[in-house]
Every structure is written in structure tokens, then in C-alpha cells.
Design a binder for this molecule. Structure first.
Ligand code: B12
Ligand code: SF4
Ligand code: SF4
Length: 346
């Protein structure tokens, strides 16, 4: 059965498959509870609200017996960090340069689920970051990879560039052995983090993470972190890209994940011009829509403030009169940052 599931999953376009028991070791809940108690979830209130259901697959669905964990590679071609050295451009994270992976992966999960239910008669539920599921610990249990110091799953075949998703099933399936930790003495991801969000022991302070600051936070970006963000305007790949295991990852050929030309190296000047309608037009099927126009343009203004490009001041001035208070506040900051830095400096 495992071989048949694996073969069908690969045929449908998944990159890697593992099997885990639907049981939660007690440590999961304690770790998640400690994270929430420390306030690390920040504005992601759902993490506190769903803690009990999330920490145990059987609390979410009592009939579940096994979890099929699926990895989908989105490995980029070339070094995604090259753009960081081009301050007039905005960096959109690799995973968000084309269609929303939730949609692409969900379609495949449903096809695999349909086949599994028809073949075995089992009951099942499918998830791709769509329900309170602890995807990384499950993937770690299933042998897909180990949890790296950047806190995400690293696969020997696909490095850090894997989206995770799951099929919860009533079938009893023999679990795969977990993959041992292969980080060794490496600390490349920890050292690469621009905001020192990683402690080196496998923990993250999300409230310092650029991914959180550009996608999740509701309260604006703290002033002391803005200069550290450089030109990253949506998400961040630095810790993922630093991982030496990526050298084994073949670049994805999935059309939905190949970068759209206009999102590969967009000019900050163009991004700063986006109004609501323009934002919706450019980002309608993309994960970037999650940020919304105001928060996205606020991040663009931070990048402009960090760019040292005096010619971008004209966009900043216009946005100082924007209807959004968040955009106006970030435009004021960008204006003083540009004035302080002078033209052409980083
Ligand atoms: C909330 C969230 C975020 C938050 C918080 C991140 C975090 N690490 O907690 C923010 C917005 C910052 C974020 C950013 C990103 N995310 Co995110 N995120 C999630 C989400 C929704 C929940 C993660 C979670 O539960 N965090 C809470 C803590 C408690 O969980 P944890 O990290 O597993 O905590 C464990 C460790 O503390 C560990 N632990 C304890 N002690 C020790 C000691 C050692 C030595 C070690 C190694 C571990 C360890 O035990 C804890 C619990 O078991 C998942 C999807 C999901 N539903 O699971 C995606 C997910 C983790 N994200 C993902 C991605 C791709 C990203 C980004 C790369 C996106 C980007 N390019 O901007 C960045 C990477 C940042 C980073 N270094 O983590 C992928 C990761 C895929 C993978 N290969 O693992 C996921 C799985 C989504 C998906 N379906 O593919 N994310
Ligand atoms: S995504 Fe960026 S900011 Fe967040 S932990 Fe990784 S390197 Fe640091
Ligand atoms: S960069 Fe090094 S420490 Fe970080 S996940 Fe990869 S191997 Fe582990």
C-alpha cells in the first residue's frame, strides 16, 4: 500500500512522500504552548486559539490513524539572494513569485485523496496549511526530512525548498523512520538571518522575522527592525537559501512555481505606484494578496527608505498623502531615511 501511495503521489507531481503515526509526542504541545506563552505568535492570534486541537492530530479528528505527509519542491534556479544587492528592486520571496501554492497543492491532494478513498475505502481529510495542523513536526516524524536550525524541514533531496501538506486517513499504515538531524556543526542559516531572529537551537523569534513583518503583523513594522529589512518586500528567503543541502535540489519545473517575469525583480518605483485596483490586478492569484495593498506598499516604502536612492523620493512624497494611515506613517519614515542616507548609499 505504501509503495502504491508513493507512486501515485509522485505521478501527481508531489516530490516526496513520508508516513507518520497520527499520534503526538507530549513535547509538541509543551513547545507550542511555550511559544504562545512567550507571545511569539504575535498578531497570529489563531495560534493561541487553536492550540489544543493543533498539538494533537487526534484532537483535530479522533478517527485519524495515519498521516501521509507530502513535500512539493519549489526549488529556484540560481541564487534567490542575488537581488538583495540591487536596492532599486524589491525582493518578493521565491514561494510567492507566481501562483499561490495552497491552490496548486490542494488540487493534487484532492486527486490523491480521491484515489486513496476509492482504492481502500478509507475516510480521509486533506490539509495544506489550511487547518490547525503541526506540519513540521509531522513531516519530521514521517522521515521527509529533519528540522533545521532555521526551524523548517530540510530534505536530503530537496533541501529547504519544500512545501508541506498532509492526508489524514483512517488507514493503519506503518510509519517511516524519522530522518536523523544532519545539520552537524553548520550554522549558515542562523548567521544569514538579517534580523537575528534565529537562536541557533532550533527556535525562532517570529516577531523579528521579515516574513512575519511583511506578511502577518497588523501593528506596523517596529522602527528598529526597518533598516535591517533591506529591499525584502514580501517574505524572506535568506535562512532557507543559505542551507548547503540545497545544492542537491533540482530546480522545480512546475509552471505554477516558476517566477512570473514581473515579480522576479520588480522596480520599487513600480510597486510604490500600486493602488487597490492595481494591486489586485497584479497579485490576484499570488500569495502576496494576503498582505493587502496597504501593508504591501508600507513594506515597499521601508525598502525605498533603505535604498539610498534619492530619485525614489518623488514616490515617497506622493504616498505621504495616501488614504491609509499605515502607508502615510511609513512614507514619513522613508522620507527621513532617504534624507539621512543621501543618494546612492546602501
Ligand atoms: C506560523 C508560521 C510561520 C511564522 C512563524 C514561523 C515559525 N517557525 O514558527 C512566520 C510568519 C515567521 C513564518 C515564516 C516562514 N514560513 Co511559515 N509557517 C507557519 C505555520 C503556519 C505554523 C508554524 C508553527 O507551528 N510555528 C510554531 C512553532 C511552535 O512551531 P515549530 O517551529 O514547529 O516549533 C518547534 C520548535 O520550537 C521545536 N523545537 C523545540 N526545541 C527545539 C530544539 C531544536 C534543536 C530544534 C531543531 C527544534 C526545537 O519544537 C517546536 C514544536 O514541535 C506553518 C504551517 C503549519 N500549519 O504548520 C508554516 C510553514 C512552517 N512555513 C513555511 C515557510 C516556507 C515559511 C517561510 C520560508 C516563508 C518565506 N519565504 O517567507 C518563512 C521561514 C521563516 C522561518 N525561518 O521559519 C513552510 C515550511 C516548509 C518546510 N520545509 O518546513 C510551512 C510548513 C508551510 C507549508 N505548508 O509548507 N511561518
Ligand atoms: S525568513 Fe529571513 S528574517 Fe526570518 S528567520 Fe529566516 S532569514 Fe531570518
Ligand atoms: S543551513 Fe546548516 S544549520 Fe541551517 S538548516 Fe541547513 S544544514 Fe542546518
Amino acid at each position: 500500500m505504501k509503495d502504491a501511495i508513493r507512486a501515485k503521489a509522485l505521478e501527481l507531481g508531489f516530490s516526496q512522500v513520508g508516513f507518520a503515526a497520527a499520534a503526538a509526542p507530549p513535547g509538541w504541545k509543551a513547545d507550542l504552548a511555550a511559544y504562545v506563552a512567550d507571545g511569539r505568535h504575535g498578531d497570529m492570534g489563531w495560534m493561541a486559539d487553536t492550540l489544543d486541537r493543533r498539538a494533537d492530530p487526534q484532537a483535530l479528528w479522533p478517527e485519524v490513524r495515519s498521516v501521509v505527509v507530502l513535500g512539493t519542491s519549489y526549488a529556484p534556479k540560481g541564487d534567490p539572494l542575488d537581488l538583495i544587492r540591487r536596492p532599486e528592486r524589491g525582493v518578493i520571496s521565491v514561494y510567492a513569485r507566481n501562483r499561490d501554492y495552497h491552490d496548486t497543492v490542494k488540487k493534487r491532494l484532492k486527486a490523491l485523496g480521491r484515489w486513496l478513498a476509492e482504492t481502500t475505502g478509507c475516510a480521509l481529510k486533506v490539509f495544506v496549511d489550511t487547518a490547525p495542523v503541526m506540519e513540521k513536526p509531522l513531516a519530521g516524524q514521517s522521515g521527509l526530512g529533519w528540522r533545521g536550525r532555521h526551524t523548517n524541514i530540510v530534505s536530503r533531496s530537496f533541501g529547504s525548498w519544500l512545501f508541506l501538506s498532509e492526508i489524514f486517513t483512517t488507514l493503519e499504515i506503518e510509519p517511516d523512520p524519522p530522518e536523523p538531524d544532519r545539520c552537524g556543526s553548520c550554522r549558515a542559516c542562523v548567521d544569514a538571518c538579517p534580523t537575528a531572529a534565529l537562536d541557533g537551537d532550533g527556535h525562532i523569534e517570529p516577531r523579528r522575522c521579515i516574513s512575519y513583518l511583511t506578511i502577518e503583523t497588523r501593528g506596523g513594522i517596529p522602527a528598529e527592525l526597518r533598516p535591517l529589512m533591506g529591499n525584502r518586500v514580501y517574505g524572506c528567503d535568506d535562512c532557507m537559501a543559505a542551507c548547503p543541502w540545497n545544492k542537491f535540489a533540482p530546480p522545480t519545473t512546475e509552471p505554477d512555481f516558476l517566477p512570473r517575469v514581473e515579480l522576479t525583480a520588480p522596480l520599487l518605483a513600480d510597486l510604490a505606484r500600486l493602488d487597490e485596483a492595481g494591486f489586485r490586478e497584479v497579485f490576484t492569484a499570488s500569495p502576496v494578496k494576503r498582505a493587502g495593498r496597504d501593508r504591501f506598499v508600507a513594506s515597499v516604502l521601508v525598502a525605498i527608505g533603505n535604498s539610498g536612492r534619492a530619485e525614489l523620493a518623488v514616490h515617497v512624497e506622493r504616498l505621504r498623502n495616501d488614504p491609509s494611515p499605515l502607508v502615510r506613517a511609513m512614507a514619513d519614515w522613508a522620507a527621513s531615511a532617504l534624507a539621512g542616507q543621501g543618494s546612492g548609499q546602501l
